[in-house]
Ligand binder design. Structure first.
Ligand code: THU
Length: 154
């Protein structure tokens, strides 16, 4: 995927992050998932007063993709995050890379779809977009194939 397309995805993640439900951490995260047909599905982190129940933006976006019956169609993901101000703006100069749990969930989509998903990690200020691959962020991953589950391309 081109750098420009990665930036479009990160921009969609930034727009989504404005709706982050993060009153506890005050760290807003947005994720945007690109599907094979070019459509984009977004998610935000979704915190809870019972802190441990909180969900990450990447997980919310991928669960939404699954609810649309498109879990095997994931091509790329964009993520941004930063400090959430009272007015809803998000600030930060460091790229956000998916947490360990999200890497496992991204791997599930990658293996089910038979596609090594591109992950574009952006900074809230728009200055940095790093590109990684799912297999790079979670090497030697445990996944559906280890449980004998058929994946696309098999
Ligand atoms: N968070 C994400 O949404 N994605 C990540 O990859 C890292 C962390 C969220 C979880 C929590 O709501 C907040 O950021 C602070 O950890």
């Amino acid at each position: 995927m081109s750098e420009v397309a990665g930036r479009v995805l990160v921009d969609a993640a930034r727009a989504a992050a404005a709706n982050a439900h993060a009153p506890y951490s005050r760290f807003g995260v947005g994720a945007a998932v690109l599907l094979k047909d070019g459509s984009i599905v977004t998610g935000t982190n979704f915190e809870n007063a019972s802190y441990g129940l909180s969900l990450c933006a990447e997980t919310v976006a991928l669960a939404t993709v699954n609810a649309q019956g498109r879990f095997r169609d994931v091509v790329a993901i964009g993520v941004i995050g930063g400090v959430l101000a009272k007015d809803g703006t998000i600030a930060g100069s460091a790229p956000v890379r998916p947490c360990g749990r999200c890497r496992q969930i991204i791997n599930e989509a990658a293996q089910m779809g038979g596609n090594d998903i591109d992950i574009h990690c952006g900074s809230a200020d728009g200055m940095i977009v790093e590109r990684h691959r799912a297999s790079e962020l979670l090497p030697y991953a445990f996944g559906p194939a280890d449980l004998g589950i058929a994946t696309t391309g098999e």
